[in-house]
Design a protein around this ligand. Structure first.
Ligand SMILES: Nc1ncnc2c1ncn2[C@@H]1O[C@H](COP(=O)(O)OP(=O)(O)O)[C@@H](O)[C@H]1O
Ligand SMILES: [Mg+2]
Length: 275
């Protein structure tokens, strides 16, 4: 039933990395997880071991009237993945227009995904406001806003706390209540990181603020087709803690068969083209 969306006014801040790792932890905890990629960059699949030449997906083909069920791509992390899919520029523009004019085309499919109570939908969004994100955000239970711990990102924090980055009006204000902030690539001991973290905590008030350390192992894991949470180190620990926090915020029911053996992250490591 619940939906968590990874969003940001900025690109390159770690939305996809965080979405993939949180989805994998939730799946390893025994939850049924659907990973929904709304970003035409189509990168969520790469974190989950889908070969780069495999270009099929959900959003890119939604205009053809396909159901999301026909587009699910199982992955070794036990995530039912809906990759965005490859879209030529003209098709991408047509898709944007379709969702802008008829948000229900997408929203009704996401509602259908959410119709099974024990299912968790993890959304990886493109940067900034987009019609696809606007269609999905009213259905979100947790909106995980990702920023870097730098001054460029800090300037966005007040608009995240007020909800202005989601637009004006009551619906945007309602969504803002569901926002949590994650500062990614925090450098321990850096005065700038410390200052941005403190500013974020003050500005967000009683809404959650999390931090993920800058850790080269996080970037290297992607190049090696692994998920950072399967490793050790500051980035891995923070990603696991973030997943735990989101699991708590979503108030997920404990899966009945939690005691059954789960696919381990190391099983993931053998997937795809690992060197
Ligand atoms: N905590 C981190 N430490 C080091 N590198 C990171 C971290 N988080 C993300 N990265 C790297 O930053 C880049 C952008 O991350 P990505 O998840 O693609 O961002 P977005 O989805 O917001 O565009 C990637 O190369 C990723 O490996
Ligand atoms: Mg991304």
């Amino acid at each position: 039933m619940p939906l968590v969306a990874f969003v940001s006014p900025k690109g390159g801040v770690g939305k996809t990395t965080l979405a993939a790792n949180v989805a994998a932890v939730l799946a390893a905890q025994g939850h049924e997880v659907v990973g929904l990629d709304l970003d035409p960059q189509n990168a969520l699949r790469l974190h989950l071991g889908v070969p780069i030449h495999e270009e099929g997906g959900f959003l890119a083909r939604m205009a053809e009237g396909l159901s999301w069920r026909d587009c699910v791509r199982p992955t070794r992390a036990a995530i039912s993945l809906l990759p965005h899919g490859h879209a030529e520029p003209k098709a991408a523009l047509d898709l944007t227009r379709l969702v802008l004019e008829q948000p229900e085309v997408l929203a009704s499919q996401v509602r259908d995904m959410l119709s099974v109570p024990q299912r968790v939908v993890v959304v990886d969004a493109p940067p900034g406001p987009t019609p696809a994100l606007s269609a999905v955000l009213p259905l979100a239970d947790v909106i995980c806003v990702v920023l870097l711990a730098d001054s460029g990102s800090a300037s966005f924090i007040p608009s995240i706390a007020s909800g202005r980055f989601l637009g004006r009006g009551t619906l945007a204000a309602r969504s803002a209540q569901k926002a949590m902030l994650v500062l990614n690539q925090v450098e321990l001991g850096s005065p700038l990181s410390d200052a941005v973290l403190e500013f974020a905590q003050q500005t967000m008030g009683d809404r959650p603020v999390s931090a993920v350390a800058r850790d080269p192992a996080v970037a290297e894991a992607l190049a090696d087709r692994r998920l950072p949470v399967e490793g050790t180190g500051p980035g891995s620990d923070d990603l696991a803690l973030l997943a735990e926090r989101i699991e708590g915020l979503l108030a997920l029911a404990v899966p009945q068969d939690r005691d059954k053996p789960r696919p381990t992250f190391s099983a993931l490591a053998s997937w795809g083209h690992r060197r």
